[in-house]
Design a protein around this ligand. Structure first.
Ligand code: WT7
Length: 686
């Protein structure tokens, strides 16, 4: 694709975004106009609603003239210190990705101050604590004050603009304030999911060279205490760049405080509740978020200020039909991108009330989600298929027991949703009257890219399909030769052919890896790593990863990471890990391991391997199945053929495809019989 450098095009397309004069010469109706345009006039339609463009027109305009589409939206949706001069300067061939160049703004001002000015007492967050019925409401004014105190504390402890701060906390207002405090002073946060082990935490802190870590003494999850601070203690021993650990209190229990540790609430109490926001360039870093790839260690995806914020806010509003006054309930953890975009940045930029869900779907019982929906009167509920699959097994009475009449939109994210879970969500949870959106996106995309909404009013939604690309997302399916596939009823590699504001800009410290991972397979296109099917009508259905990434309960994991963690064992020269289907988790890791000849008791080794994976990565990464084999199937050039392993363990050994490159075909029978023995033993987890 040719390099593009376009000036803002507001007003170029009359009738779409209504760009005309006004304060500072750019009064535009932005998202609200889009919302009406996308759904058609409803109820009390605003005067002149008829002049707004239809959904297909908008969609086409966003694809054809991205600058004319996103420029006015950015001006209208975000609060700027300095207006940008160039909407986008992007080239997917060279990896140049720039949006709203020349513009300056502060993300925390957009998420907090602008709403405090208008309605300081409106509720920003409802913290649904682990203990049911003990929710805490936090107003925009309170969240701004807390954020400023925390920002001042960070500054006092030497955090400057551009410095990295690790946040290792459970879902809580203080964690949100920590993210926004970084944004306020121009520091870069990296939130690390509180389920990761000390070694994973250390790896990320070291890669990002974090100066400060913010954590809790302990946290609660499903009624159990997790010793968060102890994990941090262990991690920071390995992290020379960490100067301070700020420790907040989620429980009343005292924990050991060492020479790096600072009691956070005590320090915050001394600080001013006002902190001048740093004026940031649109393309300055906002945060890093680590995610797994098909090779090597997790990569720190970089998201920047304006484009990310705009994209998360606009998708939040349009995909879920969020309207002012609604209570938005995304139950994701803030340690994942879903928590960043749809618990924190998107909703808060829109002035929404966002629910922070600290607990689990089955604590204290399988009615937790729906009891929460009833008590908090949640209007949009956004969760993961793995939880829905689990809950449907508990039966419908847990759902029907509670009043769900507040719900308007249900959303699913993180992994393919099977038909049964989709139907259950639609028929039972949503009583067949809610809009159900299966949303496809990635850490790299910053926000939702494919979802059934927005669309024209009442457009059909097909079960278990993400269906329609969002505005400005131009999709392409590639065949095995790397050619774009035309028409319907085709499956291929899912690519995006033009930049959008939410796309990650690079991998922290390794732009070459970024280029190789996403732009090399299909030059000029962003390759998602997923496969997809396009129907005759032009709708998309995601078929799953095409690389060596697996998805366990919506948690992304590189099989190479698990292999590395196991290969560090002295008795294990070789391993291969694949994804194995699981009825609730979607996939689980299945490991094939080769042991050295003189290895004694293999059960002991297998136990050690499990514990290696738990300490090096996280508990969820521990393989459910570990099968000892004599050797692995390899090509003549020495590459492990994981594809064959997958076929063997999923009962498709008859249809192995092309095995001509296999070094020794007799290995297939060898592995098949080892697997059959393993299965006959009923040896899940043996
Ligand atoms: C991978 C991205 C996006 C937030 C959570 C996960 C899979 C995600 C769907 C969906 C089928 C999906 C893809 C994608 N995925 N949503 N609706 N249908 N698959 O973010 O950890 O970066 O993982 O999750 O395979 O590539 P992530």
């Amino acid at each position: 694709m040719a390099a593009r450098s376009l000036a803002c095009g507001f007003g170029r397309i009359p009738g779409i975004l209504q760009g005309r004069g006004g304060p500072r010469g750019w009064r535009l109706r932005g998202v609200s106009a889009l919302l009406r345009a996308a759904h058609g006039p409803r109820g009390s339609a605003p005067a002149g609603a008829a002049q707004y463009a239809s959904y297909p027109t908008l969609s086409e305009q966003a694809a054809r003239q991205p600058a004319a589409f996103w420029g006015p939206l950015a001006r209208d949706t975000l609060v700027w210190d300095t207006p940008y001069h160039t909407v986008l300067d992007c080239d997917l061939n060279s990896g140049k990705l720039g949006w709203f160049l020349g513009g300056q703004l502060n993300v925390s001002v957009n998420c907090l101050d602008q709403h405090v000015q208008k309605s300081p007492e409106s509720i920003a967050l409802i913290w649904e604590r682990d203990e049911p019925g003990t929710e805490v409401r936090i107003t925009y004014r309170e969240l701004l004050e807390t954020t400023c105190r925390l920002a001042n504390t960070l500054k006092r402890h030497g955090v400057h603009r551009g410095d990295r701060v690790a946040i290792y906390m459970s879902v809580s207002p203080l964690a949100v304030a920590a993210m926004l405090a970084c944004a306020r002073i121009g520091a870069v946060h990296t939130v690390i999911f509180a389920g990761f082990s000390a070694q994973s935490l250390a790896g990320r802190i070291n890669d990002a060279k974090c100066k400060v870590v913010i954590t809790f003494n302990q946290v609660l999850r499903g009624g159990r205490v997790v010793e968060l601070k102890k994990i941090v203690d262990e991690a920071v021993k390995l992290c020379p760049t960490v100067q301070h650990v700020l420790v907040a209190h989620r429980t009343d229990n005292k924990v050991h405080m060492g020479h790096l540790d600072i009691p956070l609430e005590q320090e915050m109490a001394k600080e001013d509740p006002v902190c001048a926001p740093e004026s940031m360039g649109s393309e300055d870093m906002l945060f890093l978020l680590y995610t797994s790839g098909s090779t090597g260690m997790p990569k720190g995806l970089v998201h920047t200020q304006a484009g990310y914020l705009l994209y998360s806010a606009v998708t939040h509003r349009l995909v879920f039909d969020y309207r002012p006054g609604d209570v938005f309930g995304c139950v994701a953890d803030i340690g994942w991108i879903t928590g960043h975009s749809y618990v924190v940045y998107g909703p808060l930029c829109n002035g929404a009330t966002s629910v922070l869900f600290e607990s689990t779907p089955v604590y204290p019982d399988a009615g937790r989600y729906w009891e929460t929906v009833q008590r908090l009167k949640i209007n949009q509920f956004y969760g993961a298929p793995t939880a829905f699959r689990l809950l449907l097994k508990y039966g419908d009475s847990w759902v029907r027991k509670y009043d769900r009449s507040s719900l308007r939109t249900l959303g699913s994210v993180g992994e393919p949703i099977n038909r049964e879970a989709w139907e259950w969500l639609h028929n039972v949870v949503g009583d067949r009257r809610c809009t159900l959106v299966d949303t496809w996106w990635q850490t790299e995309t910053g926000g939702i890219c494919i979802a059934p909404r927005p669309s024209e009013e009442g457009a059909e939604i097909l079960p278990a399909m993400a269906m329609r690309p969002f505005f400005g997302i131009v999709l392409a399916l590639m065949d095995e030769k790397g050619k774009v596939m035309e028409g319907g009823n085709v499956s291929g590699a899912l690519c995006i052919s033009q930049a959008w504001p939410g796309i990650a800009r690079t991998i922290y410290g390794d732009h070459q890896r970024f280029m190789e991972a996403y732009f090399k397979a299909y030059p000029g296109y962003y390759f998602t790593g997923d496969g997809a099917y396009r129907t005759e009508e032009g709708y998309y259905q995601i078929t799953g990863r095409m690389d060596d990434v697996i998805n366990i309960s919506g948690h992304r994991l590189g099989t190479a990471e698990v292999e590395d963690a196991m290969a560090s064992h002295p008795a294990v020269p070789e391993t291969a890990v694949i994804g194995y289907p699981h009825s609730i988790k979607g996939e689980v890791p299945f490991a094939f391991v080769v042991l050295k000849d003189d290895t004694g008791d293999s059960d002991v080794v297998i136990r050690e391997l499990r514990s290696n994976v738990a300490t090096k990565i996280a508990k969820y990464a521990v393989p459910d199945h570990i099968l000892v084999v004599k050797r692995l199937p390899k090509t003549r050039s020495g590459k492990v053929m994981r594809r064959l392993l997958r076929k063997i363990v999923t009962g498709k050994a008859e249809d192995l495809g092309d095995t001509t490159t296999l070094e020794d075909p007799s290995i297939i029978m060898e592995i098949l019989s080892a697997y059959q023995k393993h299965r006959d033993k009923g040896a899940s987890g043996q």
